[in-house]
Ligand binder design. Sequence first.
Ligand SMILES: CC(C)(COP(=O)(O)OP(=O)(O)OC[C@H]1O[C@@H](n2cnc3c(N)ncnc32)[C@H](O)[C@@H]1OP(=O)(O)O)[C@@H](O)C(=O)NCCC(=O)NCCS
Length: 149
Amino acid sequence: MTIVEETEEVTDELVAAVGRLVGQLSSSSPPATKVELEAIVGSPATTLLIARNGTGADDAVIGMLTLAVFTIPTGVRAWIEDVVVDLSARGQGVGEALTRRALELAERAGAKTVELTSRPSREAANRLYRRLGFQARETNVYRYRLGDR
Ligand SMILES: CC(C)(COP(=O)(O)OP(=O)(O)OC[C@H]1O[C@@H](n2cnc3c(N)ncnc32)[C@H](O)[C@@H]1OP(=O)(O)O)[C@@H](O)C(=O)NCCC(=O)NCCS
């Protein structure tokens, strides 16, 4: 049984689990430190959702998602980032459960839209998001790398 929880306390076990999951998401990103995870959990703008295989706090962390909610002049907006499910637990609805919870939280916070990006090569992710009702936007996505100046 999968449960999804909003992280309230950053334990050493959580830091290790998030590190493992980050490694399955990006080969270039170093694992987040405890201090960095505490900043996510302590901010009113971000929620770190964790999926566990079971109901107890001791049960294994098998997935994560970070939701950011913020207000701009055109309304409350939300972004989903860093979605990853452990290789051993994929294809069992864990990604769906995490994303659905994020949508609920965003709706409760008054967000008008929830956005995310996913490159086409991430086939499972694109399939999941479309199945849940996300629609591709006609827009250009840009990135400016601040280290390049
Ligand atoms: C994307 C990801 C989070 C989905 O997690 P999950 O728990 O496996 O998700 P679900 O079980 O809820 O759904 C997975 C869907 O992808 C499909 N899928 C799984 N592997 C696939 C593959 N190789 N190619 C195409 N579709 C695939 C499943 O069939 C399922 O779709 P369906 O129910 O319509 O058949 C997980 O695959 C993952 O961590 N991938 C690596 C990191 C990543 O790409 N993150 C997203 C960043 S935007």
